[in-house]
Design a protein around this ligand. Structure first.
Ligand SMILES: [Ca+2]
Ligand SMILES: [Ca+2]
Length: 196
């Protein structure tokens, strides 16, 4: 069995543009497997300025570095939240690629990715914060953190988790990037799922 690996990439503010091109991660896709998945908010609240959850899989990208309505992000001042992706049946998942863009602390990504194939009778599809998904039928796949070691936080980020296996559900447990102010909830532009 493959051990999931995580690759990150970053375009700094000075070079990030609407093309979302990266050295180590493919650009976002319009017709990947996630385009047909069902997205459900499990915990937390989206910000009033955020796009609907469906914007994560619509293949559309922000054209500018600070375009709230083209991104999905949790409420300002909150600590993030959780959402679920359902493919309808278990499928082979080769990659999960997440993309974000913001000129400051809402640029980097910090989340835990869980997966479930749906066969575990004690699977809880809606574990709220405070319930460890690993205790109710989910498998922790990866901790994704693109947080820089100091320096510029802003820019465009891509994270790619590969070698997952066969699953029906993905759970994204999304965290704030910093607690200095209310503006640490990442602007997620797109999440692609590449079938195996
Ligand atoms: Ca997509
Ligand atoms: Ca999008």
């Amino acid at each position: 069995m493959l051990v999931p690996g995580v690759v990150f990439d970053h375009n700094s503010n000075s070079v990030a543009n609407r093309e979302f091109k990266f050295k180590n991660v493919a650009s976002p896709s319009k017709d990947d497997t996630a385009a047909h998945a069902k997205l459900t908010l499990i915990d937390g609240e989206l910000d009033g300025g955020s796009a609907e959850l469906a914007a994560l899989t619509d293949g559309r990208l922000p054209r500018d570095e600070d375009e709230p309505g083209s991104n999905v992000y949790f409420r300002a001042g909150s600590s993030g939240g959780r959402f679920r992706m359902d493919f309808g049946s278990a499928i082979e998942i080769a990659q999960v690629n997440s993309y974000s863009w913001h000129p400051n602390s809402r640029g980097p990504q910090l989340y835990k990715l869980y997966a479930a194939d749906g066969s575990d009778p004690k699977l809880n599809l809606d574990p709220k914060r405070g319930v460890d998904p690993a205790s109710c039928g989910w498998k922790l796949i990866a901790l994704v953190s693109t947080l820089p070691d100091g320096g510029e936080m802003g820019g465009q980020y891509a994270a790619s988790v590969s070698g997952l296996g066969k699953y029906r559900y993905l759970l994204f447990d999304i965290y704030v990037t910093e607690l200095y102010d209310n503006w640490g909830n990442t602007f997620y532009s797109e999440i692609d799922v590449i079938g195996g």
